[in-house]
Design a binder for this molecule. Structure first.
Ligand SMILES: NC(=O)c1ccc[n+]([C@@H]2O[C@H](COP(=O)([O-])OP(=O)(O)OC[C@H]3O[C@@H](n4cnc5c(N)ncnc54)[C@H](O)[C@@H]3O)[C@@H](O)[C@H]2O)c1
Length: 351
């Protein structure tokens, strides 16, 4: 990444109050970008948005991406150069509980964002963050997904991300390009890192079990997932934006950002590795009962990002878990989390 690229760039981030959005915002700010966020208010005081004092270092507005008028007004007043779209309902289980909320946020939210951005001259580059779950992942078939594989999704969340990809491709082909604006989408896997407090995610549940001194029950402990540190993923998004900005048409379309095959580990291995890096008592119960359907094995082929963007996952599985546990340990010990988070970002760029 060319550090000078981001200096003075005006960047609009949807979902800046969330886990990935906060890390992205802090990474952009550290590179000298001017960042404006649009999202729902953060859910709790422990969110990275609060603990890293994002309110003090960026402009932002709380709003719903389904409110087209408000979103349009936020983008047209700020006049960004680049937009990262991360605002979404990101949880599979929540999507079973409320599919309408998930589809309306993830699909119509993306339509609104692309529609609003289309009306604002300053916007030149949009990175639409979807998911590795956007692919049609037939159960029992083990394969490594490349960007040209069909979209699909069994559960409402996965299907909504497949839809968001189709929306972005349709906007790209119908309206963008010829208007001097270019869209790329980024598909990443199961991301870990400090500051995530989402419901029904392994690491946040693990930390809550420590905090509340409760037994943690792990469903589907043998499921293999491609674990990746949030900074590897953010690095990919930023590299992609830089390329789309400078090379335009040549970099539009979809990009996979998955970890190396060595980071494919079971949920149980993730938990045991986490336990080894955090010196705090936690009681774990590995369940044998099945939860609702979740695709068992998802592998992304990131060859395109490696070859054309020069992107690789810099942190090994073990490092990714260690950095994550170091962050939570700092939080539980009452350290200055702005400092801890900034140091992790700085150290990442030194790798
Ligand atoms: N965390 C992961 O492992 C992972 C993996 C693949 C893809 N993703 C994608 O990355 C993005 C960010 O995920 P995250 O893990 O940071 O989730 P998160 O829940 O921590 O953050 C979601 C963000 O979206 C915002 N948002 C939700 N509904 C909104 C609405 N109606 N209007 C405006 N803003 C709204 C929230 O306020 C929050 O800022 C999502 O698009 C998600 O699907 C995440």
């Amino acid at each position: 990444m060319r550090h000078s690229f981001w200096r003075g760039k005006k960047v609009f981030v949807t979902g800046h109050t969330g886990f990935k959005g906060s890390w992205l915002t802090l990474s952009l700010l550290q590179q000298g970008a001017d960042v404006y966020g649009y999202a729902l208010p953060p859910l709790q005081q422990s969110d990275l948005y609060h603990v890293a004092n994002l309110t003090e270092v960026m402009g932002s507005q709380f709003g719903d991406i389904r409110d087209l008028t408000k979103l349009q007004s936020a983008i047209s007043s700020y006049k960004p150069d680049i937009i990262f779209h991360l605002g979404a309902q990101p949880l599979v289980r929540a999507s079973y509980d409320d599919p309408i909320e998930t589809f309306s946020t993830n699909v119509m939210g993306t339509v609104h964002l692309l529609e609003a951005a289309r009306q604002v001259d300053s916007v030149k580059t949009i990175i639409n963050v979807t998911s590795d779950k956007c692919y049609e992942n037939k159960s029992g078939v083990q394969k490594s997904f490349v960007e040209s594989d069909p979209m699909g999704g069994h559960d409402p969340y996965s299907a909504s991300k497949g839809c968001a990809e189709i929306v972005s491709s349709a906007y790209s082909r119908s309206f963008y390009g010829k208007n001097g604006k270019f869209i790329a989408s980024a598909r990443a896997g199961n991301v870990i890192g400090g500051g995530d407090w989402s419901k029904d995610r392994i690491i946040p549940d693990f930390i809550r079990a420590i905090l509340n001194q409760e037994t943690m029950t792990i469903r589907q402990p043998k499921s293999i997932r491609p674990w990746q540190h949030v900074l590897d993923c953010i690095h990919g998004y930023m590299l992609l934006a830089e390329k789309v900005w400078t090379e335009q048409e040549a970099y539009v379309g979809a990009w996979n950002f998955g970890p190396s095959a060595k980071a494919f580990k079971t949920v149980e291995q993730l938990i045991e590795c986490s336990r080894s890096y955090i010196d705090r008592a936690v009681d774990i119960h590995y369940s044998t009962t099945e939860g609702p359907y979740e695709a068992g094995y998802l592998v992304l082929d990131s060859g395109k990002a490696e070859q054309r963007l020069g992107w690789v996952s810099k942190l090994t599985f073990s490092d990714a878990v260690k950095w994550t546990m170091d962050w939570y340990d700092g939080y539980l010990s009452g350290l200055d989390m702005t400092q801890v988070t900034s140091n992790q970002i700085r150290n990442y760029h030194l790798l």
